[in-house]
Design a protein around this ligand. Structure first.
Ligand SMILES: [Fe+2]
Ligand SMILES: [Fe+2]
Length: 272
């Protein structure tokens, strides 16, 4: 079982930030903004799936998951709240969140489905976030030139994603979820997640007036496919999920632990 601490982040999210807050880079800003736009709806869904999965466990198995589920819910609820504040500024900057309403419509189709489907979808998304999180912590210099409070927000979220990456997966297994369905949902989630990320990033760039700038595409190429690029470095960990004996704990999380240890001044533990 993982001991999950809920942390209140001590950063100011009232003060507005620059349009190209991510080191002045239009592409990276648009991509991170897109991801942030998906969080309030996505993370509420993860909370609901983990809660429902927990309730579906036989009473004698619930005890061993209880604290971890509480920690998971607390962490994701904090992420939602912080990103909703962040997204409020994006709205004032004239960006439009088309991802959230689309995701809500899709999630409606899952009402009444077996909790294992919800958990398989959540575990797949959590694998994506965990890969992204470790990659981000490894390449944190991409956030250099951003305001310290924003850099802290992204790295804190990354560290906690890495920390709770096994919760949905373990619940899915505990409920007897099959390998076949885990893979079916992982493939679907991959297409949906990448499609939505791309659409919202393009939407953000268009509204920002930077979609057709050479510098935007140059940055996208380097950031996604360069030597340290997100797609280039994420393919292998993405593929690992397909293995029958895969478990999220097999993937690195040293960087997240270290970040949390080195940055204790940035948060206070809640209810500890
Ligand atoms: Fe999160
Ligand atoms: Fe998460």
């Amino acid at each position: 079982m993982t001991e999950l601490v809920v942390r209140r982040l001590l950063i100011d999210l009232e003060t507005p930030f620059a349009r190209h807050w991510c080191g002045g880079d239009a592409f990276r800003t648009a991509l991170f903004n897109a991801l942030s736009m998906s969080f309030p709806v996505g993370e509420q869904f993860f909370i609901d799936s983990v809660r429902n999965g927990f309730k579906a466990l036989p009473a004698d198995r619930q005890e061993s998951f209880k604290r971890e589920v509480q920690g998971f819910v607390g962490q994701e609820a904090t992420h939602r709240r912080i990103h909703a504040l962040f997204n409020g500024h994006l709205e004032k900057q004239g960006l439009v969140n088309a991802w959230a309403p689309r995701a809500l419509k899709r999630l409606k189709l899952l009402e009444g489905a077996d909790p294992r489907h919800w958990l398989a979808i959540t575990a797949a998304n959590e694998h994506f976030t965990a890969i992204f999180a470790e990659w981000m912590l490894r390449n944190h210099d991409w956030l250099d030139g951003s305001e310290a409070r924003l850099k802290t927000m992204w790295l804190w979220h990354s560290a906690e994603e890495s920390e709770h990456k096994s919760t949905a997966f373990d619940l899915y297994q505990a409920l007897g979820g099959s390998h076949a369905w885990r893979i079916i949902w992982f493939r679907r989630v991959t297409l949906i997640f990448l499609g939505d990320t791309m659409r919202q990033t393009v939407n953000n760039l268009r509204r920002d007036g930077t979609l057709w700038k050479w510098s935007t595409w140059k940055s996208a190429g380097e950031y996604l496919f360069g030597k340290r690029g997100l797609i280039r470095q994420s393919y292998k960990p993405w593929k690992d999920y397909l293995r029958r004996d895969f478990h999220p704990s097999q993937q690195e999380s040293d960087l997240s632990q270290r970040w949390l240890e080195d940055n204790v001044r940035e948060f206070t533990p809640v209810g500890a």
